[in-house]
Design a protein around this ligand. Structure first.
Ligand SMILES: [Zn+2]
Length: 238
């Protein structure tokens, strides 16, 4: 049976002389992959709608015994033309798509993550991102993936973070630890006061923070993301 779904194109890989294998994020069905026959040799059916980052209305059919669906039609609802105007926008999009491919499970619908990614790509079509926006996206992505960084208090002794300095970020638990509790932590990052302020502001959507502090916060989020995934990401933050 043919299905229709609003989807974001995450990635495509050439197959044979004429086809694409496309990884996409369906709002209704989650991450999926499909074969777009003759999409490279003929633009008639798909046009530019299979470019990574494009929002499409996708028609596809499941095939018995195959992990790949058959893509029949893709109509672009939003192109990436605005994003392709600047390298910073392209890099931010590439990182967001890589995060999505890495975190999303096949066939598990997560409409709240779809909407987050969709809003971010819409925004990137119109704006050059700063580290504040890119790290705010990453914070929200981690949160909606079940890895919200714990920033309020020491995870072990419950000490309030506002009391004194010398905090570390424990990568195994994704939470702050005070200096006294941090000795048993195996994988930890030192957190400067600037990084702490950056993390607080970005997590609450307050972008009134210097880019230096935002970058210090982003470094922690980036390291935490790679730790959660257990692999380095190809696209780095700004
Ligand atoms: Zn403690």
């Amino acid at each position: 049976m043919q299905k229709s779904s609003k989807s974001l194109i995450l990635k495509r890989v050439a197959y044979g002389d004429a086809d694409w294998i496309v990884t996409f994020f369906s709002r209704e069905f989650g991450r999926m992959s499909g074969m777009a026959k003759f999409a490279r040799s003929s633009k008639r059916r798909f046009g530019g709608a299979l470019e990574p980052g494009t929002l499409v209305d996708l028609q596809f059919v499941g095939r018995n015994g195959s992990p790949l669906v058959r893509l029949d039609e893709a109509v672009a609802l939003r192109s990436t033309n605005g994003i392709l105007k600047s390298l910073d926008r392209i890099n931010a999009m590439a990182r967001a798509l890589e995060l999505s491919i890495s975190f999303l499970q096949e066939h598990q619908p997560t409409p709240e993550k779809f909407d987050l990614l969709d809003r971010y790509l819409t925004w990137l079509n119109e704006h050059d991102p700063s580290v504040r926006e890119t790290s705010a996206f990453e914070f929200k992505w981690l949160t909606r993936s079940g890895f919200m960084p714990g920033l309020e208090r020491c995870m072990r002794c419950d000490k309030d973070v506002s009391r004194g300095a010398n905090w570390v970020f424990d990568l195994d638990n994704g939470s702050l630890l005070c200096n006294a509790c941090s000795s048993s932590s195996i994988a930890k990052l030192h957190v400067t006061n600037g990084a702490l302020e950056g993390l607080y502001k970005i997590s609450s959507g307050n972008f009134d923070v210097s880019s230096e502090k935002a970058m210090a916060a982003e470094r922690i989020l980036h390291r935490y993301t790679e730790y959660v995934l257990g692999k380095p990401l190809k696209y780095k933050p700004l």
